[in-house]
Design a protein around this ligand. Structure first.
Ligand SMILES: [Zn+2]
Length: 362
């Protein structure tokens, strides 16, 4: 049984707040307005120096795409007891996916899994903690999918059957990809050494839906998850995602005695969140805070947390591997070595092979 917990940090810094008019009106969800009032407008009354710095950053978003990529932005909507996270990745994905050469269907799946790992991992209170997403499956094209997050660094890989994938349509369903599968989400706390894990069947139409099921079943937290990824004409990857959750009757430290999946204030937040499009999630030109403004500008107050930078990262450096191998008994090390006296260690995350000379260890 997964343990109940609260791994998420919500710190108060009021960057966004009320904006009159121009909102995403639930009565006309089809009409997608473009906000002309920047997020920072009308906020001076709430601001201090910290706030003003936020405004300066915002102004630059219009000229630089790169700062809209490889970032996570946390937010809360206090009056609705909601919290959320937005993530968009660019170069991080180019580096991770570039190491593998997967077919496009597998690339898209891994890109979205990595965004999901970033959405969950970047909310960890314990900054040195690790979040691991692992999908194990049989009967589909994917056998194993792993994505993890640690201290702003992301990595991932997918083991799959190219033969099975070749038999599938261009846009296979989640079931076709995974067959009978399970999604395990593991939080390793660095400070306490504790590990929490929740497991749910990989069901539903998408990875995002499976993640929503995880939160509903494992955490009893009403959640909205949206994930999208695309490959641009220039070959670069962009993927984005949003996670919005309802925390009825206060955020932390209180029993969730009133948790209900049909809470009206959650229905409202969810309905607004659901209007987000795949294009918005993956639009390099759209700053994360501007996207939040589009979604929630009619709310009384939306607070954002400082943006977190994300990057590709792996712990497989030769020194680390040498240290791990050195802990084995010399006889075991000898068994690991090939006829040339070399020990080969593969990092599946990086699709890299490390070769160590047996005589150089110990
Ligand atoms: Zn590696």
């Amino acid at each position: 049984m997964p343990r109940k917990r609260s791994c998420y940090g919500v710190s108060g810094r009021s960057d966004l707040t009320r904006h009159p008019g121009g909102g995403r009106d639930l009565r006309r969800l089809g009409a997608r307005e473009s906000p002309e009032i920047p997020l920072s407008a009308g906020m001076a009354e709430f601001g201090g120096l910290e706030f003003l710095r936020g405004c300066a950053d915002f102004g630059n978003d219009m000229t630089s795409n790169s700062q809209n990529l490889d970032v996570a932005l946390g937010f809360t909507i206090p009056q609705r007891n909601a919290r959320g996270r937005f993530v968009r990745l660019g170069l991080t994905l180019d580096l991770i996916l570039g190491a593998h050469g997967y077919p496009s269907v597998i690339e898209k799946l891994l890109a979205e899994a990595i965004v999901l790992a970033a959405l969950l991992g970047s909310t960890l209170k314990d900054e040195a903690g690790q979040l691991t997403l692992q999908a194990q499956a049989e009967g589909g094209a994917v056998e194993l999918m792993v994505a993890d997050y640690k201290a702003g660094e992301l990595r991932g890989y997918i083991r799959h059957s190219p033969e099975r994938l070749a038999e599938m349509p261009a846009d296979p369903s989640l079931f076709a990809l995974f067959g009978k599968g399970y999604l395990a989400i593991t939080f390793d706390q660095a400070v306490t050494g504790e590990r929490y894990q929740g497991i749910v069947p990989l069901e539903g139409g998408s990875l995002a839906e499976a993640a929503e099921n995880y939160f509903g079943q494992s955490e009893q937290l009403p959640s909205l998850v949206r994930l999208a990824s695309t490959r641009l004409p220039d070959g670069r990857h962009v993927a984005g995602g949003i996670l919005i959750q309802h925390l009825p009757e206060g955020e932390e430290g209180r029993d969730r005695i009133h948790t209900r999946l049909d809470h009206p204030e959650w229905d409202h937040v969810r309905a607004l969140g659901e209007t987000i499009s795949e294009e918005e999630l993956t639009d390099r030109g759209l700053a994360p805070d501007r996207l939040l403004w589009r979604l929630f500008n009619e709310e009384q107050e939306v607070r954002t947390m400082p943006q977190v930078s994300l990057a590709r990262g792996c712990r497989c450096d030769p020194g680390h591997i040498r240290g791990v191998i050195a802990r084995f008994h010399p006889d075991e090390r000898a068994e690991m070595a090939d006829e040339k006296g070399e020990i080969h260690v593969d990092c599946e995350f990086c699709a890299k092979r490390f070769s160590l000379d047996l005589l150089s260890i110990g």
